[in-house]
Write a new protein. Structure first.
Lengths: 480, 482
């Protein structure tokens, strides 16, 4: 079966899910059934078919599973949002039309992704500009203490969603070029006296620092990992100028923490950078230095940036009296909603979202807490299924990277997939209290125009890379 | 590069596994503690949207508690109404969002609120059924309960009636009662009332059982073979027991007297000697078989039950070091005094009535789904083999004499044989009050009902105060002589 036929068959279960999901939610709303509601489902299916035909025409060799998986996630999101508020679902469906348009435009405009390498500095500058926009007076705005959105007329827009793509394009291109010179070939082993000196002295210094500064367990671990990684990096005697980019991106991430005050999105960006750095150089030591510098910086900033400190405190104890009714209310309600779901959930449309006297029990149910709503309605099995779908999509993304033949394609596919996977981890991890809860969206599922459009563009880029890679393989006869 | 790409993918697989692990933590492993979290309003909101099940009397028709709805759609909420007011307040209790739950409303809450297991609720969800409460049919007898309330006539006290062969609790009356319909508006006043109307005197209060405890002593003596019904013992008064002089009621001196006659006339000096003859260990052993030293095994909240037993001046339960002679007649001192709940004394009578086999007491008969299917039927369940059937027969014969010609003649029913034992404990700082008791079962040949009656801090004897109440309750349920 050809790739495109597999893609078409992959869309069949998605259409069944949309139909079943809407039917389930509709059946619980006996009072306000509108005939128009079912058409959302049909419109959605129509959009999927349009997307499929477009891929068939322009990217006939691209990965057959990426698009159906994204459609599956979008279908789950649409049903959940419809259940929360039918009006929001209508808007979300409209955003899917816009997103699909951007998807097609991306594919039409970028027939070969290698052209992006030519504009990498322009793209990097534009991305940083986008990130800074929420701090601009007039259009910027603070939501829950973080600067993540801008308002242009009636439309709220999260520029970070687009900046993440631009920064990955830049990093992939930059590291393709410098990755090899960041590290040299392995040197032959040193005599043991030199080794002892090399490892022993920094270890001693680190120990003294721990004792003198009286660092806690977290701080001690950070310092030890940092010292060990730094020694391993220095061991390869890199020229100082190659630390430039590393320090630059670290500085950028710290600036993001200060400027947009959102731990989640800076974790997402910096994590994507470290993933690319590792794939490009194969040196864990570089990742160790980077990661410890990030957490060390975040640790330090947490003390000085009030919003970040507050988020961490809520994360550590959301049920502290005085916190639970105020800043901790959202995460506490998220956990209560999940506990209410149990193994199988309350059933679609059955979970408690509105208080009997009016008002909502789950703040930002359609954006931040959409995963908690799913756990409440579909239980552990439904939630684990969603995470499984994300993992499959990530797997296909990495597969694209494995099949790609040139460095830029590999790094671009890995970077885009990593930043996507990290976004899922940051928001689901926040909702489930693995890490502090922050305001990034759940890709394809959360309500939000910029999120849908940006992720459709990301999907288009992955498909373009995939099309090239697989076409190349087919030409060489390596892929049936 | 490919090796790093695969390693990176594995890292993400681990991270996603952590997400699923934490989701399971909240949805399954810590779900119960989150549901019970004091800041979680979900259970309360959901609960008042569920019509709780009905609670019925034993006839399956008389409604003791029901839910009334108000509002519509998402805002529909239900409130509990108790049509019988205070009459069944102690066994049934109440359930209100503002005040919590008590009694059967608490111990059967999962059924009444329609809490089903995961699979049942999955099917309910698939069939589109709304969650609703299950009905509970109790064993409570309406006529017997009304007779007990009328018999106590406003005096503080308690009546418990149990079916000996099934353990079904037919009557649980504690006076004063409270009106559960007024709990939300008047809880403060009811809670502060010095007469303690919220206290269930049948299970939550301990009294000196007086001579009714001689049934326990007699069981230990006969069943251990130390004494026979015809054994003759000196019933002179006074007698020195544990170095202190002990008198019979009214100072009556009986001389040498058979054990049967000693029970008929409730001779303290005989029973004190018997107590010393059997010893503390044997007495405590038989008390434990009757269920002393533990909460009654009743489907009732733990906090509303206290164990009976020998309690010393510090309020501790003791099994040793007390005056066994005085304990044997239901008395004692600072080193240990017998204290028993009316529920416990009813269980003593029930065990004797049921050939020495003590059945677990049960308020609930069955739990019924709205479609009529029975979810749970509470079957008769043996709690302990207290004594041999022969011992029980001997005791039944001895207790029959108490009602025929002894201290308990006021408990006799026309046409139905009754076996019983009276008790009159002296209470108050100057022993100016009495705690009259009567425990009994009937008919003797085939016991259908066992009963314990006591009145708190009054004047008069068990035979004159408590026995007539038992008589009217037994009449109401067994239909004899009316």
């Amino acid at each position: 079966m050809s790739a495109r036929m597999r893609e078409l068959f992959g869309l069949l279960p998605v259409s069944l899910l949309v139909a079943a999901g809407f039917a389930a939610v509709l059946s619980t709303r006996t009072t306000d059934v509108q005939e128009a509601t079912l058409t959302y489902g049909l419109v959605f299916l129509g959009l999927c078919v349009v997307g499929h035909i477009f891929i068939r025409a322009k990217l006939q060799d691209a990965d057959p599973y990426l698009f159906p998986l994204a459609a599956l996630l979008a279908a789950i999101g649409l049903v959940l949002i419809y259940r929360i508020d039918p009006e929001l679902a209508r808007e979300q469906a409209q955003w899917f039309v816009v997103g699909l348009a951007f998807f097609c435009i991306t594919i039409l405009a970028i027939s070969d992704h290698h052209v992006l390498e030519r504009y990498r500095y322009l793209i990097a500058a534009a991305s940083i500009g986008l990130l800074a926009m929420p701090r601009l007076p007039g259009i910027g705005g603070q939501v829950n203490g973080a600067f993540l959105a801008i308002n242009v007329g009636p439309i709220q827009f999260q520029p970070a969603e687009f900046a993440k793509i631009g920064i990955i394009v830049f990093l992939a291109s930059y590291l393709r070029e410098t990755g090899d010179i960041l590290v040299r070939a392995r040197l032959r082993p040193l005599p043991w006296q030199r080794q002892l000196l090399l490892y022993g002295v920094p270890a001693l210094l680190a120990l003294i620092a721990i004792v003198v500064l009286d660092l806690g367990p977290a701080g001690s671990v950070l310092l030890v990992v940092f010292t060990a990684s730094l020694v391993a990096v220095l061991r390869e005697r890199p020229s100082p100028k190659h630390f430039g980019p590393l320090l630059l991106v670290w500085g950028l991430a710290m600036l993001m923490l200060i400027f947009i005050r959102d731990l989640g999105s800076s974790l997402m960006f910096f994590g994507g950078f470290l993933a690319l750095l590792y794939v490009a150089t194969g040196r864990l030591s570089l990742v160790g230095v980077g990661a410890t510098m990030f957490f060390g910086g975040a640790f330090f900033l947490a003390g000085s940036v009030a919003h970040v400190q507050e988020r961490v405190d809520i994360w550590l104890d959301p049920f502290k009296p005085g916190v639970v009714d105020d800043e901790g209310y959202q995460i506490a309600q998220s956990l209560f909603a999940q506990a209410d779901g149990g193994l199988f959930g309350q059933g679609f449309g059955q979970a408690l979202l509105e208080l009997p006297g009016g008002g909502t029990i789950l703040p930002a149910a359609h954006t931040d807490l959409v995963y908690a709503v799913l756990a409440n309605e579909a239980g552990l099995f439904g939630a684990a299924g969603l995470v499984g779908a994300y993992l499959l999509l990530v797997f296909r993304g990495f597969k694209v990277s494995l099949l790609a033949t040139d460095g830029f394609s590999k790094l671009l596919a890995v970077g885009l997939t990593s930043v996507f996977a990290l976004q899922v981890f940051v928001i689901v991890g926040g909702v489930t209290r693995v890490i502090p809860l922050t305001g990034v969206t759940l890709p394809f599922v959360s309500y939000g125009g910029s999120s849908i459009v940006a992720n459709m563009v990301l999907l288009a880029l992955l498909l373009i890379v995939s099309n090239h890679a697989r076409a190349e393989r087919i030409r060489r006869g390596g892929l049936v | 590069m490919n090796r790093q790409i695969i390693q990176l993918f594995l890292l993400f697989a681990v991270l996603f596994a952590v997400l699923v692990a934490f989701t399971s933590r909240w949805t399954v492993f810590e779900a119960d503690s989150l549901a019970d979290n004091q800041f979680n309003r979900r259970p309360l909101i959901e609960e008042q949207q569920i019509p709780r099940g009905l609670i019925y009397a034993s006839d399956g028709r008389t409604v003791l508690a029901r839910s009334v709805g108000s509002g519509r759609g998402q805002n529909r909420i239900f409130r509990r109404v108790y049509p019988r007011g205070g009459t069944f307040a102690h066994p049934i209790g109440y359930s209100f969002i503002e005040n919590g739950r008590r009694s059967l409303e608490l111990s059967r809450n999962d059924d009444l609120a329609g809490q089903e297991d995961e699979f049942e609720s999955l099917f309910a969800g698939l069939e589109g059924r709304d969650r609703e409460g299950l009905d509970v049919v109790t064993n409570l007898n309406v006529a017997g309960t009304q007779a007990a309330v009328a018999g106590l006539a406003g005096r503080k006290g308690a009546v418990v009636a149990i079916e000996p062969d099934t353990g079904k609790v037919r009557v649980m009356v504690s006076i004063p009662e409270y009106d559960p319909n007024l709990i939300t508006s008047d809880f403060g006043r009811i809670n502060r009332d010095p007469n303690k109307p919220l206290l269930n005197r049948t299970t939550q209060e301990l009294y000196p059982p007086g001579s009714t405890f001689k049934v326990v002593t007699a069981t230990a003596a006969l069943d251990s073979g130390k004494v026979k019904p015809e054994t003759v013992i000196d019933g002179s008064s006074p007698k020195t027991i544990s170095g202190v002089s002990l008198e019979n009621a009214g100072g009556a001196s009986f001389g040498p007297i058979s054990f049967t006659d000693a029970l008929t006339n409730s001779v303290n000096t005989v029973f004190a000697q018997v107590g010393e003859r059997i010893g503390r260990d044997t007495l405590v052993k038989y008390m434990k078989r009757f269920g002393f030293y533990q909460d009654p095994e009743l489907d009732y909240p733990d906090f509303q039950m206290v164990p009976s037993g020998v309690i010393n001046g510090d309020g501790r339960y003791v099994e040793d070091g007390f005056d066994v002679g005085r304990a044997a007649i239901g008395q004692g001192g600072l080193e240990g005094e017998v204290r028993a709940s009316p529920m416990q004394m009813a269980l003593v009578a029930a065990a004797v009535a049921n050939d020495g086999r003590l059945m677990k007491p049960r308020l609930t008969d069955r739990v019924v789904r709205k479609d009529g299917r029975i979810k749970e039927k509470v079957e008769a369940d043996l709690q302990a083999k207290v004594m041999e059937p022969e011992t029980a027969d001997q005791l039944a014969a001895m207790m029959s004499r108490v009602v025929e010609e002894g201290t308990g003649t006021a408990g006799a029913l026309a046409g139905i044989t009754v076996a019983g034992k009276t008790g009159t404990a002296e209470v108050g700082a100057a022993r100016e009050f009495t705690q009259p008791w009567f425990i009994a079962f009937a008919p003797v040949e085939d016991p259908k009902m066992a009963i314990a009656v006591t009145v708190e801090r009054t004047t008069g004897q068990g035979g004159t105060v408590a026995a007539p109440i038992a008589k009217s309750v037994l009449e109401a349920m067994l239909g004899g002589g009316v």
